[in-house]
Write a protein that binds this ligand. Structure first.
Ligand SMILES: [Zn+2]
Length: 296
């Protein structure tokens, strides 16, 4: 393996100014480049002050990009994406030391952790909601409620926003591509509710209802007549959800969805288990798709 280095440069104009870099060449060569390339940020400082960067220290590292990540992770300046490629930072020497100590212990990066099932599920659900909207999801969706994700429209605009906004119909903020009414998305993506119904006159019996309408519409349409909604789950994959709930109940789907006799607490437990189980099933399917892509 080619040797790599993490190096620390200091500038005489300011004792707290450090340039941290990584290189597969010798750090002395990088130093010369930093002092002569006036297009780069480090070079601009040389030009402005008439003073050159000096090599403070460097260490050999097996995995330079990982070393850089570990270094900044050990400092209060961790968020490299917002550093905009300028790894010049005003900080105290003790932070530089903390970073270097962490790098010495770090070795090579750990293998990537498999994504949790819910990330696969949220990502698949987002892609379903983006169908026909000329918007591409970049990466994955880690939270459906408050988390952010990155999107790109057919014209190449890229933006980062709460995934929920785009999921509910918000299009490209620059050109408006992919704007939809929430109802259109609801219908196109075939979203629905799975409900656990109980009846005041029929203790010990339950019904499972599935609807592609909102619960409000169901109440107004009196879809479930005298049956009361005891629990409900919003489901992005209603058909799969219905299959799973019957598996969790340990019973076959009854003809005409007639009531079944079951202990209510077991049915409640099945509803608690439904969403994690749904995530798990979707993750299995998505992982298979990934494997197919990898092998072709
Ligand atoms: Zn756009």
């Amino acid at each position: 393996m080619k040797p790599s280095y993490l190096y620390v440069l200091v500038h005489p104009s300011d004792p707290d100014l450090y340039k941290i870099g990584q290189t597969t060449r010798h750090p002395e060569q990088r130093l010369a480049a930093h002092n002569s390339n006036y297009e780069e940020y480090t070079g601009k400082i040389v030009k402005e002050t008439g003073q050159k960067w000096e090599l403070k220290t460097y260490i050999a590292v097996p995995d330079p990009y990982w070393a850089e990540t570990v270094f900044w992770g050990a400092t209060p300046f961790a968020d490299i994406p917002f550093r905009q490629g300028i790894e010049v930072e005003k900080m105290e020497w003790e932070w530089v030391q903390a970073g270097l100590e962490a790098v010495k212990k770090a070795g090579v990066r750990p293998p990537p952790k498999p994504l949790p099932d819910y990330v696969y599920a949220y990502t698949a659900w987002m892609n379903k909601r983006l169908e026909g909207r000329d918007i591409t999801l970049i990466g994955s969706v880690k939270s459906m409620v408050s988390g952010k994700a990155t999107f790109r429209c057919g014209k190449g605009h890229e933006w980062r926003t709460r995934s929920a906004y785009v999921a509910e119909g918000e299009g490209c903020p620059q050109c408006g591509i992919g704007n939809r009414e929430p109802e259109e998305i609801w219908q196109a993506a075939k979203l629905g509710y799975l409900v656990l119904l109980i009846h005041p006159d029929k203790p010990g019996f339950i019904k499972i209802g599935l609807t592609y309408n909102t619960l409000k519409q169901c109440y107004e349409g009196n879809v479930w007549e005298d049956w009361e909604v005891h629990r409900y789950r919003f489901v992005e994959e209603p058909v799969l959800a219905e299959t799973l709930i019957w598996e969790l109940l340990g019973q076959p789907l009854p003809n005409d969805r007639e009531p079944i006799k079951i202990d209510l607490s077991l049915a409640e437990q099945a509803f608690r288990d439904l969403i994690p189980q749904l995530h798990h099933e979707i993750a299995l399917v998505e992982k298979k798709k990934e494997d197919v892509l990898k092998t072709h």
